[in-house]
Design a protein around this ligand. Structure first.
Ligand SMILES: NC(=O)c1ccc[n+]([C@@H]2O[C@H](COP(=O)([O-])OP(=O)(O)OC[C@H]3O[C@@H](n4cnc5c(N)ncnc54)[C@H](O)[C@@H]3O)[C@@H](O)[C@H]2O)c1
Ligand SMILES: [Zn+2]
Ligand SMILES: [Zn+2]
Length: 382
């Protein structure tokens, strides 16, 4: 087996500091592990969130990044599912097909590597990244660490896909696009003719809109406090766009957005989705659901310590509250099919990419994400 590889990575030395592009030594994969040359990575809000220091699981110094695609460089002992040279998508939601969760048929939340992933180490408890400058070991992140030109992951944290698919697009299937699409199609299972409302028109919200449209929703109402998101929402299939700030307060009190949506949809929505991470929005999204059957799906990640609230009567009267992680998608089983659909022209990915950058510009990319103009920024890791 090959030895260490020295390459460039963007290192998060401490919370709230810019990432530093430096040399890292990447150890070879051990049993059950795979070393991957990362070709492209998207930037996602979870990277920004962890870098901000608010993530209770955030460990420093670390190599962040979790929306990546690349090529298998070498495999450790016992790895049979992938081989060197294959194009892969990295999976922060692993799939082992053996744990209680994988076998339940009820969830995509594989637990095989979860505990060690949360501690920033490989399943055997050790790390594969060392800073060349300081000699310090660096933590892994979300089991993927895609902000490095080479990374080492568990064999359950990646999936081989059709090499015809360009990796600067397939990387987005590693998080945002799959998350939103899957939440609509697999978690909520929006049905033909249903009414849908989606809060937050980022990549995740757009993918929800796209999934709901594919399922034949009759009305898709997008809500965003940034009026610039209207054109985006409409392009992906929204029938209506509402800026919640444009809705005047109600004289008798109460949530004006709920009242407006209930009026527009004759009693409320069949399906609503939070893609903002704002707990007040989550409440509005639940309460805007139709009595008796409306289902609200939380996708957004709230800041540490936040809690959701509603009156229990909202649930007693038949509204349901649920969440979705990685769109309920089992990465190793389902992503190859989505890639084939992309190649066949029946699944959108290209349209989410608004910005491109090199690894040296990764801090600029993280900055662009705050602008509201950026849906997804893809980093060329070469
Ligand atoms: N559950 C998962 O598996 C998963 C995976 C990826 C991302 N996420 C989360 O999904 C959320 C969306 O991610 P994204 O990459 O699309 O983010 P984004 O920042 O690109 O988009 C969020 C959008 O929400 C809008 N917004 C903010 N506050 C609002 C409010 N009060 N009302 C209406 N709109 C509001 C913003 O203007 C923005 O357009 C984030 O919280 C992210 O952490 C969850
Ligand atoms: Zn993400
Ligand atoms: Zn599992």
């Amino acid at each position: 087996m090959s030895g260490d590889i020295v390459c460039k990575a963007a290192i998060a030395w401490a919370p709230n500091e810019p990432l530093k592009i430096e040399d890292v030594r990447v150890a070879p994969p051990r049993a059950g592990e795979v070393r991957v040359r990362v070709a492209f990575t998207g930037l996602c809000h979870t990277d920004v969130y962890t870098l901000s220091g608010s993530d209770p699981e955030g460990m420093f110094p670390a190599i962040l990044g979790h929306e990546g695609a690349g090529v298998v460089e070498s495999v450790g002992e016992g790895v049979t599912d992938v081989s060197p040279g294959q194009n892969v998508i990295l999976l922060y939601t692993a799939e082992c097909r053996k744990c209680k969760f994988c076998l339940s048929g009820k969830t995509n939340l594989c637990q095989a590597v979860r505990a060690t992933q949360g501690r920033g180490v490989m399943p055997d408890g050790t790390r594969r990244f060392t800073s060349v400058r300081t000699g310090e070991e660096l933590y892994h992140f979300m089991g993927t660490s895609t902000f490095s030109q080479y990374t080492v992951v568990s064999q359950y944290s990646l999936v081989a896909v059709d090499p015809k698919a360009p990796m600067d697009r397939t990387c987005l299937l590693g998080c945002g696009v799959t998350t939103g699409y899957g939440a609509a199609v697999y978690t909520a299972q929006v049905e033909h003719g249903a009414t849908v409302a989606v809060w937050g028109v980022g990549a995740v919200g757009l993918a929800v809109i796209y999934g709901a449209k594919e399922r034949g929703a009759s009305r898709i109402i997008a809500l965003d406090t940034n009026p610039g998101k209207r054109k985006w929402a409409e392009e992906f299939g929204a029938t209506d766009f509402i800026n919640p700030r444009d809705i005047p307060a109600l004289e008798g009190g109460g949530d004006p957005v709920v009242a407006k949506l209930v009026e527009l949809t004759d009693g409320g929505l069949d399906y609503t989705f939070d893609c903002t991470g704002n707990v007040k929005v989550m409440r509005t999204a639940l309460e805007a659901c139709h009595k008796g059957w409306g289902v609200s799906t939380i996708i957004g990640v709230a800041a540490a310590g936040e809690e959701i609230a509603t009156r229990p009567f909202q649930l007693v009267t038949g509204r349901r509250w649920q969440g979705s992680a990685f769109g309920g998608v089992k990465g190793r089983t389902q992503l190859p099919g989505i890639v084939e659909r992309y190649l066949g022209g029946s699944f959108k990915i290209d349209e989410y990419v608004t910005h491109r950058a090199t690894l040296d510009q990764v801090n600029d990319g993280l900055e662009w994400m705050h602008s509201g103009e950026c849906i997804r920024c893809v980093i060329d890791m070469s």
